[in-house]
Write a protein that binds this ligand. Structure first.
Ligand code: FAD
Ligand code: PHB
Length: 398
């Protein structure tokens, strides 16, 4: 079967779904193709922190109603090290900007509901996706759905299929430059049915490694522990997790986490990755399909949303007046924010984790000096705060 749309979108994560809805609001048709089933993408536990920009955009798009009701607005965060906590006043340091804690899977649920209500096509469980003719003016996406092979011809393909997707590999060998760093540690993430132990996020630096306290709701805590890369979750029975978290998050005046049943556990590798440029012919790559940041800066989802905001505007201008300039500068515009965010995410990661090959403790001393500085100098704290809440304009300062 052969059929047609204006924009073929591969992947129904935050990037693909936000793009599809922004295009819908501009009256542009798209088809979203997703490899997994609906339940899987709606249940997948991942990011939790939305920048002010992301919140504003979701709101303007008309999909922010539940986020406004259930999301938790945070005006500060805590850095904890040496048995002491230090608050970074995000709002006070950034002219009133804040972040909102609202699970990625909730954002995805809201966007899927909006897509279905808009009556635009979204196919789950597609298989064997192959891109054709991205170098031509008539690209297509071939795929199998319900046992039937189909060919979707489009004006443009948006590759929003995450790090392990197929779109990046559809670009001919040599046309993209890859930049990559793998970190010698991962994160063990858990979701617990326990009241959060603090109103704010706590980023902890400890001799035994990094720990993070976050949340999803007034009754669900989200916690992370630095662990070896590729760690087997079987090595981490619940008691060990709570003991390690309590040890790393200790305070001189005493501290213990609210504990409860652990309902989800997983290990995430830590990587920095950029493929550039983010465009090849009529294929535009967005989100994790083209860049990955380590999660310490809470930026991946926000960056994915920032990319497709640029792309949707460029496409709207092109369809409206034939003006290609926005599409031509898509990659350059996005990469300014991408590299600023790469720096911030690398910096947060390097400052807060235990570095395994630090034999004489030199790196640990540098980390401690930097943490002391961030917590005692207003300018240093503001640098963290303005990056954490996110830059306002489409382009980050550069
Ligand atoms: P994805 O969410 O990966 O979506 C891609 C979609 O494409 C998926 O649904 C996938 O199934 C589908 N797909 C893949 N291959 C194909 C194919 N061949 N055909 C069709 N569909 C395909 N970011 C933050 O901003 N803040 C945080 O606090 C944060 N914390 C994180 C914590 C963890 C533990 C992890 C793992 C990530 C975190 N991130 C965070 C990162 C964030 O989750 C990602 O950056 C975000 O999911 C990127 O969205 P995306 O739409 O680009 O990609
Ligand atoms: C989360 O709540 O999942 C979360 C919070 C902050 C991060 C990463 C993940 O830096």
């Amino acid at each position: 079967m052969i059929y047609r749309t204006q924009v073929g979108i591969v992947g129904a994560g935050p990037a693909g779904l936000v793009l599809g809805h922004l295009l819908h609001l501009e009256g542009i048709d798209s088809v979203v193709l997703e490899a997994r089933d609906r339940e899987y993408v709606e249940q997948r536990v991942r990011a939790g922190v939305l920048e002010q920009n992301t919140v504003n955009l979701l709101d303007e798009m008309g999909v922010g109603e539940r986020m406004k009701r259930e999301g938790l607005v945070h005006e500060g965060l805590e850095l904890r090290f040496g048995g002491r906590g230090h608050r970074i006043d995000l709002a006070g340091l950034t002219g009133g900007r804040s972040i909102t804690v609202y699970g990625q899977q909730e954002v995805v649920k809201d966007l899927i509901a909006a897509r279905l209500e808009a009556g635009r096509e979204l196919l789950f469980e597609v298989e064997d996706v192959e891109l054709e003719g991205v170098d031509t003016e008539a690209p297509a996406v071939a795929f199998t759905h319900g046992g039937e092979r189909r060919r979707l011809s489009c004006d443009v393909v948006a590759g929003c299929d995450g790090f392990h997707g197929v779109c990046r590999d559809a670009v001919p060998e040599g046309a993209l430059t890859h930049h990559e760093r793998e970190y010698p540690f991962g994160w063990l993430g858990v979701l617990a049915e326990a009241e959060p132990s603090s109103d704010e996020l706590i980023y902890t630096h400890h001799d035994r490694g990094f720990a993070l306290h976050s949340m999803r709701s007034p009754s669900i805590t989200r916690l992370y522990l630095q662990c070896p890369p590729g760690e087997d979750v079987g090595e981490w029975p619940d008691d060990r997790i709570w003991e390690e978290l309590n040890t790393r998050m200790e305070l001189a005046e005493g501290f213990s986490l609210h504990e409860g049943p652990i309902i989800e556990k997983g290990v995430t590798p830590m990587r920095s990755f950029v493929a550039e440029p983010m465009q090849h012919g009529r294929l535009f790559l967005a989100g994790d399909a083209v860049h990955i940041v380590p999660p310490t800066g809470a930026k991946g989802l926000n960056l994915a949303v920032a990319d497709v905001r640029v792309l949707s505007r460029a496409l709207a201008r092109w369809y409206d007046s034939g003006d290609e300039s926005g599409l031509e500068s898509y990659s350059e515009t996005c990469l300014r924010r991408v590299w600023r965010t790469q720096y911030f995410s690398w910096w947060m990661t390097s400052m807060l984790h235990r570095l395994p090959d630090d034999r004489d403790g030199f790196q640990a001393r540098l980390q401690r000096a930097q943490l002391d500085y961030v917590c005692s100098s207003e300018s240093a704290a503001r640098t963290l705060a303005e990056n954490y809440v996110g830059f306002d304009s489409v382009e980050a300062p550069g």
